[in-house]
Design a protein around this ligand. Structure first.
Ligand code: HEC
Length: 193
């Protein structure tokens, strides 16, 4: 039998041929595992992560557009809120109505300065205190309608300042208020369980 020259590993660890064979085979198995099984596993993991990521991003986008909304049997979309969130928005709504009442009264008296002042007070400057968690529950379209209504009060204030004609103010207010009626026709606020 020919003596096989010991490999450095054999010399260092005193491995016999049999061991070395098993060792070589183990490396092959390791490489196989790495290139196939483990990477396949990694791919599966990254697929999974991607799906989770797409899910999270998709859910965020879905929520951003649709908010925390539910269909109801009266045809309106219910926005599901906590009791406090609902109170917050209803208080805003009562301010809207008070604003409209005060503008009609001031326009009736031909007091354009008062119209401009009242309208500005409920313009876009009146926004910005809405809690982020509450805003996340409001569908995008509804938010645009809500903030758009505040914008319209600024437009009304500018009109009252420019023009001395109360009729123009009432016409503008009538148009602005299609935001109120439009939103009320489509949505309601419900308290989530
Ligand atoms: C973006 C949507 C939206 C706009 C715009 C909007 N509202 Fe509302 N408003 C609502 C919803 C939703 C409710 C709750 C209705 C329900 O739950 O039945 C509500 C309720 C109200 C209430 C009842 C408040 C209470 O205490 O119960 C008043 C008054 C009101 N709105 C006035 C107005 C006026 C006036 C305007 C326009 C200047 C206006 N709203 C614009 C969505 C809107």
């Amino acid at each position: 039998m020919l003596a096989v020259r010991a490999s450095p590993l054999e010399m260092e660890f005193g491995m016999d041929k049999n061991w070395r064979f098993r060792y070589d085979r183990a490396i092959v198995v390791c490489i196989y595992l790495h290139t196939n099984k483990i990477w396949a596993g990694m791919n599966k993991l990254s697929y999974l992560l991607n799906i989770v990521l797409i899910g999270v991003v998709g859910y965020g986008g879905y929520k951003f557009i649709n908010g925390n909304a539910e269909a109801t049997d009266d045809g309106r979309t219910a926005i599901m809120l906590t009791f406090e969130e609902r109170e917050f928005l209803l208080a805003d709504m009562r301010t809207f109505l008070e604003t409209v009442q005060a503008i009609v009264a001031a326009a009736g008296e031909g007091d354009m300065a008062a119209v401009a002042e009242i309208a500005t007070a409920n313009g876009i400057a009146a926004t910005g205190n809405e809690p982020a968690a509450l805003m996340a529950k409001i569908p995008l379209e509804m938010k645009q309608l809500g903030f758009g209504t505040h914008d319209r009060f600024d437009v009304l204030a500018a009109l009252a300042t420019e023009s001395n004609d109360p009729t123009k103010v009432i016409v503008e207010l009538g148009d602005l208020m299609t935001n109120c009626t439009g939103c009320h026709a489509g949505y309601r606020f419900d308290v989530e369980e």
